[in-house]
Each structure stands twice: as C-alpha cells, then as structure tokens.
Design a protein around this ligand. Structure first.
Ligand code: ATP
Length: 221
C-alpha cells in the first residue's frame, strides 16, 4: 500500500497558490527529505498530509484517507495514524515524561493500565530514554526533549511520521542524533517525511530528496 499518493495536487494559502502539480508517492519505510527556501511550501505540504490545510485540486490519499473528501469528524482518526513532530518540542511542561506519554495513550483510547505502562516502556527504550521517565521536560536537554516527542509520536505505531524542521532548535551534533533516530525509524518500516533547511544530513542519512521550488515539487533523486 502507498502511504502517501498525490497526483496533480494544488495547495492554497489564503487564496494564493503555494504548490501546484504535486505528484508524489511515498512507500512504507521510505525516508524522505523536503527541502527548499523559506516560504517555499514545505510546511504547507506536510500540513496538507494531516488535513490541517485542504487539498484544492488533484487526487490526494494518505493511508486509507482521501484528503479531497475527508469529513471533519474523520480528521482525528487520520492524525492518530500519523506521528507529527515539530521544531518546538511541545511537551506538556507541567508533567513528567511518563505522564506526557500516558496522557496521549489515554486520549487515544488506551484503558488497560498494564498495556499503557508496557507501551511507555517500549517507546522510551527505543528512544534510549528509559531512565528519563520521571524527569520533567525542563530537566531534559533540547535533544532529549525531541527524542521524547518522537517517542510520543510513535506510541500508536504510526505508518507515517511527519517531521517539520525537527532539528531547527538543536545544535549540530544533537541534530545529527535526531536525524539518525528518524532514519532508524524508517528502516524499521515507518515512512518518514522530514522538512529541513540542513542539507548536510543528506550524505550521511540517505533518503529521497524533494525540493520545493517555484511552486512545484521537484524530485532530485
Ligand atoms: N497561516 C498562513 N496563512 C496564509 N499564508 C500562509 C500561512 N502560512 C504560510 N503561508 C504562506 O504560504 C507560503 C508557504 O509557506 P510554508 O510555511 O509552507 O513554507 P516553508 O517552506 O515551510 O517555509 P519555512 O522554511 O519558513 O518553514 C508562504 O508564502 C507563506 O507566506
């Protein structure tokens, strides 16, 4: 199954065309970069995939959803199947790492206490953060917080991770660790699409390169 399948998609922001003729397809476990200048449409493309902005023209599918006809009430279900990671870490600051993760599981329908604890343990282990469970977000470095955010995005075993400048607030070494972690996630079968300004990752962590330029998406490899 294709994870993302766009054909001749057009995206608007306040009646202005941001991207047109977008034809891309993304497979299971594929690692994808979106690059391009400030304002070129990288975030808009990602936002269209989680139905934050509408798809105006063309055909657009993400997982089992047709984005041209999706009903408002189905959008939360779509988002539950996608892991979303932003530049600013967006953990709830008033509770521990454990409680941040527990909050998401409870909000997405998990009720069995034992399963909840087991799942929290699994994602923290995978993120290399198993000993940070009872820390508060402010007690963690930026890189650690971002690892927790990615772990949080993985809680419901999504088939797709959308990461919008996930390393934008991190120093180069920490940023590299985060990209490495996302690359591992893709290798384990979850498709990843990462918008970034940092081209230096591309050599080290190979992936498909999509460039936003002149309102189009150009596939570079
Ligand atoms: N909320 C909004 N309302 C109206 N126009 C917007 C909105 N957000 C972005 N735009 C416009 O849409 C275009 C694409 O913006 P977008 O944020 O997708 O670019 P980007 O490539 O992600 O930029 P950056 O590298 O700065 O994150 C820009 O011209 C921008 O001004």
């Amino acid at each position: 199954m294709k994870i993302v399948d766009y054909k001749n998609v057009e995206l608007l922001r306040q009646e202005h065309i941001v991207l047109k003729n977008v034809t891309i397809s993304i497979e299971e476990g594929q690692f994808n970069y979106i690059i391009g200048k400030v304002g070129s449409g990288k975030s808009s493309l990602l936002k269209s995939m989680y139905a934050e902005i509408p798809v105006e023209n063309g055909e657009a599918r993400v997982l089992d959803y047709d984005l041209t006809t999706i009903r408002r009430r189905d959008i939360p279900m779509l988002r539950r199947k996608i892991g979303i990671v932003f530049q600013d870490f967006q953990l709830l600051t008033d509770r521990s790492v454990h409680d941040n993760l527990q909050f998401v599981l409870k909000a997405t329908g998990w009720t069995d206490k034992e399963s909840i604890e087991e799942r929290i343990c699994q994602v923290l282990k995978q993120a290399g953060m198993e000993n940070k469970s009872y820390k508060m977000p402010h007690e963690l470095s930026g890189g650690e917080q971002q690892r927790i955010v990615i772990a949080r995005a993985l809680l419901n075993t999504p088939q797709l991770i959308l990461a919008d400048e996930p390393t934008g607030n991190l120093d180069p070494a920490t940023a590299e660790q985060i990209v490495s972690y996302l690359h591992e996630i893709a290798a384990s079968g979850t498709a990843v699409i990462m918008a970034t300004h940092n081209l230096s990752f591309v050599q080290q962590f190979p992936g498909r390169l999509m460039r936003c330029e002149n309102k189009h998406i150009i596939l570079e490899n």
